[in-house]
Design a protein around this ligand. Structure first.
Ligand SMILES: [Zn+2]
Length: 510
């Protein structure tokens, strides 16, 4: 009798390591993951599963999405990395479909600390930058950063084909690209090279002027110093057809700067020529700005499925000037770009940000880095002038409406589509990269007038937290029943303790 009783605690100690996993198994043991965010409002931008409460992240990828209960049943973390969103919102990381963030750092000669220089973009919630015009020096610098593991967000580099100005009325080609250069579109790389950037017309000032089908007025010609009354087209139709065609044949997509309607007409024709009957869903050729776009060009765009950038933040504070100086027709063309997403045309957010004109306190520049200022602009078409006054759009500026949902797509999945990454980033779905942001308000339900004031609390790129707002307490670990593993542990210890007590009592009885 005595012998068998003394054996019991030893037996328990021996089998304990085996009981624990056995109990966990019986309890459909949760998979250990790197991060869980739960109790939140997660906007996935996935139409089949638009809103969830919790997300699990493992090895850089999204591994689970669902209710807080299901996710905590299926997954667990070590090291207190199950975070309680406490109702806060998560959305996919923001993709700037047209920026000069990296390139303009290089222009300024500020190349010493590329790692720290990315913090501003990360703090604003960007996880991918589509860089629209990269030269060989800039490319080498970003490539070096990638090799040294210094790239903290994704960069899609569009190599510059010609410069953004004319010399002696002629376009200037960038001659330094090797003819055997091929696209780099591996989704595991932070730096990809999907296409070339071509400047098709002017952009005001020393770059010449947008190429229009109607002449600039004498007043505009005098005020702005316009030389060609119809603006400046950098290539004629035959030249542009041949350029786009040869780039297309090498497997690159083209991103064409095109502001004036005459330029966009030429550009659409050139894309159609290069596609030669094939779909743009394979090629992903895209048009930057579309600043003055005619109705017939919109129909052409729909028919060839071209992709368009849309500046989020319109300078509504100049609407009276435009109304006074533009014909009704030209004014109409100027805001037509805001009808593109509603017509089913692939449209992505462009900020066209450069560091050259960056001012931390400026809320007026239409090339502002703040993505939620652009969201506010897309949805309300309101704008803040240099004195801080908010301008409400007149009917002709407000007429093409963009919903919050559509604008959020432009800031995420559409930017991914433009570089053929829609299966990897741009929405929160199982198997996609964990590129996400935690924000302090819900754009879908809040008053649209406050969209511009949304703050980014945390930015994660490929499952790695790259930014946290230091003035904020988030993230806080989830505490309600810390994890399934620990409850199993407590049950096991309790069982062991009870067995020991029973043994002790039996011993005392004897
Ligand atoms: Zn640009």
């Amino acid at each position: 009798m005595k012998k068998s009783l003394s054996f019991l605690p030893v037996f328990m100690l021996l089998v304990f390591p085996f009981i624990l996993p056995a109990i966990s198994q019986a309890d459909a043991s949760p998979t250990l993951v790197d991060y869980i965010f739960c109790n939140g409002n997660i906007i996935t931008i996935d139409e089949t599963n638009p809103l969830v409460q919790a997300i699990a992240i493992e090895d850089g990828l999204i591994i689970g999405l669902g209710s807080t209960e299901t996710i905590l049943q299926d997954f667990a973390t070590e090291n207190d990395t199950t975070y309680d969103l406490d109702g806060r919102t998560i959305m996919p990381g923001i993709i700037d479909g047209h920026t000069h963030y990296m390139a303009s750092l290089f222009w300024l000669g500020d190349t010493s600390n590329i790692y720290d220089a990315q913090t501003l973009a990360l703090a604003n919630g960007y996880t991918t930058l589509n860089e629209k015009s990269i030269d060989a020096g800039e490319l080498a610098w970003i490539q070096e950063a990638e090799q040294n593991d210094q790239l903290r967000l994704r960069v899609n580099a569009f190599l510059i084909y010609n410069y953004a100005w004319l010399e002696n009325n002629e376009s200037v080609l960038v001659g330094h690209w090797q003819p055997d250069l091929i696209p780099i579109i591996d989704n595991e790389l932070k730096l990809r090279i999907p296409g070339f950037k071509i400047y098709s017309d002017g952009a005001f000032g020393n770059r010449g002027f947008p190429a229009m089908s109607i002449p600039y007025t004498q007043e505009m010609i005098d005020t702005w110093g316009i030389i060609n009354p119809y603006g400046d087209l950098y290539f004629n139709q035959t030249e542009l057809n041949s350029i786009v065609d040869s780039i297309h044949d090498r497997g690159f997509c083209v991103a064409l700067h095109s502001m004036g309607d005459r330029s966009t007409e030429t550009v659409l024709n050139a894309i159609e020529y290069a596609l030669n009957g094939s779909t743009n869903d394979d090629a992903r050729h895209q048009i930057e700005h579309s600043s003055f776009i005619r109705e017939d060009l919109i129909s052409h765009a729909i028919s060839i499925n071209s992709i368009h950038s849309v500046r989020g933040y319109f300078p509504t504070y100049w609407q009276e000037y435009y109304a006074d100086h533009y014909s009704d027709e030209r004014a109409e063309w100027y805001v037509n770009r805001y009808s593109l997403p509603g017509l089913g045309i692939h449209s992505y957010l462009e900020t066209d940000f450069t560091w050259n004109n960056y001012d931390e306190d400026d809320w007026s520049s239409s090339r502002n880095i703040r993505p939620f200022l652009h969201l506010w602009g897309l949805v309300t078409r309101k704008a803040i002038d240099e004195n801080g006054t908010i301008h409400t759009p007149d009917p002709w500026v407000a007429e093409h409406e963009i919903s919050v949902e559509m604008a959020l797509r432009m800031m995420t999945i559409e930017g991914a589509y433009a570089v053929k990454q829609e299966d990897y980033i741009g929405s929160l779905e199982v198997g996609k990269y964990a590129d996400l942001i935690v924000i302090d308000d819900d754009p879908m339900t809040m008053n649209p007038d406050n969209l511009k004031d949304i703050n980014v609390l945390l930015t994660m790129v490929g499952g790695k937290i790259e930014f946290q707002l230091s003035s904020h307490t988030f993230p806080t670990p989830y505490t309600n029943g810390t994890s399934r593993t620990s409850s199993v542990l407590w049950i096991s210890l309790f069982t062991l303790f009870t067995s020991m007590t029973v043994i002790q009592r039996r011993r005392k009885k004897k």
